[in-house]
Design a protein around this ligand. Structure first.
Ligand code: ZN
Length: 313
């Protein structure tokens, strides 16, 4: 490394960084899901990779907030300048990472909308350079299942080019949601499903109850889905997640919410059908099918499977 040149550049960036450092609270909030005791094992795997971080890392499983938070935690770990244990969540690099203001952190956010080829193209010139501020440049693709086909292919090309000191992190519910060629290029870490300790709360809880009611009674869903006229694909993914979470609770024998209770008497083969149904819905959402139509079809599919149980002799 051209040490003199690099340290001069880093020095300039550092003084700029000190001007407006985000607060500790902001960084802690962004990384708090990653600090949960359930993620101890994934964190220790990441520590073990620190000396030789993979070019591409996949984080699957868990829920969306733990996946994305852990991706940012990894970015903080790679660039932390503070004392052990790292990431310290107090040094400028950690604070800026948590606040998404680190100059070497790039976030393509599939939670908001699909990730387009232009987003990937915009990155390419930057990736040929060394990181400006930290030891590593970190490119996070949050919910990479939202990658369009063209964007995914463009990323594959990016990964073939030299990207000095750059680490990519993709988050996705399951590796099967990504192009196999992307998955095979990277390491995969699977996060445990969150222990729900009862029914899911907030928006997820609302969908959980609505799906459970519709699954049993065949009504109540359409009223609710019509109330959600502003529903976009990202929000609709949350509804599918409510279904997936209930399924995971059922399979793990955990208590879960109302929908998990509806799934309890179903034989395993039918649970696989539900799993397939959720995957199809996710695919439809990605293919930009109207989210309400996709969810209504999913709710009807769940109802069909559940009704089969109650009509069993
Ligand atoms: Zn730090």
């Amino acid at each position: 490394m051209a040490a003199g040149k690099e340290s001069k550049k880093a020095g300039a960036a550092r003084s700029a960084a000190e001007v407006e450092l985000p607060g500790v609270e902001q960084a802690r909030a962004a990384l708090s899901s990653a600090l949960s005791s359930e993620l101890e094992r994934p964190r220790s795997l990441l520590y073990a990779m620190l000396e030789h971080p993979p070019q591409l890392l996949h984080l699957e499983g868990g829920d969306v907030s733990s996946r994305v938070s852990l991706a940012l935690w990894w970015a903080a770990l790679l660039n932390c300048e503070g004392p052990e244990p790292r990431p310290c969540l107090e040094c400028p690099a950690c604070l800026r990472t948590g606040a998404l203001m680190h100059p070497d952190l790039f976030l393509l956010d599939g939670r908001v909308s699909s990730i387009k080829i232009d987003d990937v193209r915009a990155l390419r010139p930057v990736l040929g350079e060394h990181p400006r501020f930290g030891r590593r440049r970190v490119v996070v693709l949050a919910e990479a299942q939202a990658l369009g086909v063209e964007a995914a292919n463009s990323l594959l090309k990016v990964l073939e080019d030299p990207c000095p000191d750059t680490c990519f992190v993709f988050t996705a519910p399951q590796r099967e949601r990504l192009l196999p060629t992307l998955v095979s290029r990277g390491w995969v870490i699977t996060l445990p499903w969150p222990q729900p300790g009862g029914a899911p709360s907030g928006e997820l809880g609302l969908w959980d109850q609505a799906l459970a009611r519709f699954a049993v009674e065949g009504r109540g869903w359409f009223d609710l889905s019509q109330l959600r006229n502003g529903l976009d694909a990202a929000k609709a993914q949350q509804v599918v997640l409510a279904g997936r979470k209930a399924l995971a609770d059922r399979l793990a024998g955990r208590e879960g919410g109302a929908l998990a209770a509806v799934f309890r008497p179903l034989p395993e083969a039918w649970l696989l059908e539900l799993d397939e149904l959720f995957s199809e819905t996710e695919d439809a959402l990605q293919a930009q099918v109207n989210p309400l139509l996709a969810l209504d079809a999913m709710a009807c599919g769940v109802h069909d499977v559940v009704r089969r149980t109650s009509s069993k002799p």
